[in-house]
Design a protein around this ligand. Structure first.
Ligand code: PMP
Length: 432
């Protein structure tokens, strides 16, 4: 008995080396804090309004329509009706012919499409350029693949006229960007519209990135999950449509963001077969398959959008219109209390400057924790308002670079945004 129990107790390290440094995640902490303390949750990025009726009805039809095969496995690389309609849709957007079977792959959310890319393309020692601030999983996924993330920042140029900053005021320094490319660079991750800033990269900025990708023979992993969420008549430009880029770009999208149904976890990758064939290898040997019934309903949602493309009834036209109004409400609320917002050109996030509220939340000198983290924790515990610190979108080395910003999500019901406004107004009064 004794020798058996000794054998049963493991003493060897269990964690694979590739998980070192990525085993702690700020989202786990902040999602839990929001669940425990928040009265108003503008933290994590998901809508609290319903998904569109045409989408939920499509799901109900799929469930009750008598096709019992929708409860079984479908094609591993994407349910045929879904890959077909995504191919048709992107043919329109990109102006090129696409083969649904080889140019499109369906994934478990955009997250899995990203994971497939890094696993498929990044070798030990390869460098991957990531533009800061960034959606945090890019760094961890590069590291898990054995690669080295190389960061290049968007730098703020505050407007001199006293106006509010725009996400467009955060820019890459062309020389600095160029200096990050070398023969070790395998890929660059582009996220436009960008989470967390809401920056929509201009044609000039994309042209610069494209030129460097072509010059150094680098791949582009283009996370476009917020492709429809652009405001003020701005246009989302797909880098894959720029000269020399189709062949080296994987476009990543998300039904969660596109159809306001983040819990469905349906995403996709679109690109040339020579790249997607390797994503298929990773997919085949990891997740293998996504929920058939959700794919069926998303296919019908896309079919509707294809028919209504560019028309006022289109959800891809209506959603940004509604969100722009919500953006404007939250921007006004924040500006009014002196929590200066950076006006986003896209996404459903606003980053705001907390400098004027710092007196309520004392800094702890020499702490390793970035100030914005402490502020966001204090705010949710004491005011019941949840947001995410901007430092969550920076690498460890740069997490103290911008300590005075937090990110709010405005994909919320009017009542939620009003409740946030009430908290901010009350706080402002208590302050003065
Ligand atoms: N990329 C970005 C930039 C995101 O913000 C998100 C979701 N927050 C994702 C990818 C993941 O999308 P999905 O839920 O479809 O996996």
């Amino acid at each position: 008995f004794l020798s058996h129990s000794l054998q049963a107790k493991m003493s060897r390290p269990v964690q694979a080396r590739r998980l070192e440094g990525i085993d702690k995640n700020i989202w786990v902490e902040f999602v839990k804090l929001a669940a425990t303390y928040s009265k108003v949750n503008l933290g994590q990025g998901f809508p609290d309004f319903p998904a569109p009726g045409f989408l939920t009805e499509a799901l109900t039809r799929a469930l009750g329509g008598g096709n019992h095969m929708l409860h079984q496995y479908t094609r591993a690389f994407g349910h045929p009706p879904l890959v077909k309609v995504i191919a048709q849709f992107f043919e329109k957007l990109l102006g090129r012919d696409l083969d649904p079977m080889t140019n499109v792959m369906v994934t478990v959310g955009a997250y899995q499409a990203l994971f497939c890319c890094f696993q498929a393309f990044v070798d030990e020692g390869d460098e991957v350029i990531i533009i800061e601030p960034f959606f945090d999983c890019y760094e961890a996924m590069v590291k898990m693949a054995g690669g080295t993330p190389v960061f290049v920042p968007l730098r703020p140029n505050p407007p001199k006229d006293g106006k509010l900053m725009s996400s467009a005021d955060w820019q890459l320094d062309p020389a600095e960007l160029a200096s990050k490319f070398s023969e070790r660079t395998k890929a660059i991750v582009l996220n436009s519209p960008n989470n967390p800033l809401g920056k929509v990269f201009s044609r000039g900025e994309l042209g610069l990135i494209a030129e460097l990708c072509v010059k150094h023979d680098v791949l582009c992993i283009s996370d476009e999950v917020y492709e429809w969420l652009v405001y003020d008549g701005k246009q989302h430009i797909r880098i894959a449509s720029l000269q020399g880029m189709w062949d080296r770009t994987v476009i990543i999208g998300s039904a969660g963001k596109t159809f306001s149904a983040t819990g469905w976890k349906v995403g996709w990758a679109v690109g040339p077969d020579r790249l997607l064939q390797h994503l298929r290898t990773v997919h085949q040997n990891s997740v293998y398959h996504c929920a058939t019934i959700a794919q069926e309903a998303v296919a019908q949602g896309f079919q509707r959008e294809l028919t209504l493309y560019g028309k006022p009834e289109s959800y891809f036209v209506q959603l940004p219109k509604e969100l722009q109004q919500k953006r404007d409400w939250l921007v006004r609320s924040l500006d009014d209390v002196g929590m200066k917002p950076i006006i986003p050109e896209g996404t459903y996030f606003v980053v705001a400057d907390i400098s004027q509220f710092k007196s309520d939340v004392p800094d702890v000198p020499n702490s390793d924790e970035p100030y914005d983290c402490r502020f966001a924790k204090w705010m949710v515990k004491n005011k019941g308002l949840a947001a995410i610190p901007l430092s969550a979108f920076y690498s460890e080395a740069h997490k103290n670079n911008y300590p005075n910003f937090i990110r709010f999500c405005f994909a919320k019901e009017e009542a939620t945004l009003k409740a946030a406004n009430d908290i901010l107004q009350k706080w402002k009064q208590e302050k003065s």
